[in-house]
Design a protein around this ligand. Structure first.
Ligand SMILES: [Zn+2]
Ligand SMILES: [Zn+2]
Length: 170
């Protein structure tokens, strides 16, 4: 979806609401933790204030992940806020180094590429089915959220093994 700068300019500071969707197929290919994805519903508004154009809103989707600890598939409702600033490439605005302003070459703001980046940045690199997911047993492989096993899994640093023996004997 594109927003026309001239149209926003004519609204004299009155925000323009918009709705659009992002194609899930491309997004899914661009992030390895996304195992499945619904179309991304975007709800937002755009406004011109001074020489700058502000676009903000929220993206909603259902994402399927595989838990990074127990490998189980789970679905999560995500709701990702966004807020972006645009300026015409030929505008005489003082660009603050730190302020992230997207320059617009033509008369149109291309929303999809910017929103895709925002969406992908909000996807976790280590999705967890629950914050306290207990993961798989490293010895027998059972899902420790569902079963308990009798494996010991004591982790002793080999360099300290001698020390452990020392305390056992004393
Ligand atoms: Zn898990
Ligand atoms: Zn085990």
């Amino acid at each position: 979806m594109n927003l026309k700068l001239t149209e926003l300019g004519q609204r004299k500071g009155e925000p323009l609401p918009f709705r659009t969707t992002l194609d899930p197929i491309e997004l899914k290919h661009r992030h390895q933790e996304i195992r499945g994805l619904s179309p991304v519903e975007v709800n937002g508004e755009a406004v011109k204030l001074g020489d700058l154009y502000y676009v903000k809103g929220e993206m909603k989707a259902e994402v399927d992940y595989a838990c990074a600890r127990c490998l189980k598939r789970f679905r999560s409702q995500v709701s990702i806020p966004f807020s972006e600033t645009f300026a015409p490439a030929d505008a005489d605005v003082e660009l603050d180094e730190d302020a992230e302003i997207h320059l617009v070459e033509d008369d149109e703001i291309e929303l999809a590429p910017v929103l895709q980046e925002d969406f992908l940045l909000a996807i976790p690199a280590f999705p967890l089915c629950a914050d306290d997911c207990r993961g798989l047993c490293p010895t027998c492989g059972v899902n420790r959220n569902e079963e308990t096993c009798s494996c010991k899994n004591e982790r002793i640093d080999p360099r300290l093994a001698g020390l452990a023996d020392f305390f056992k004997d004393s």
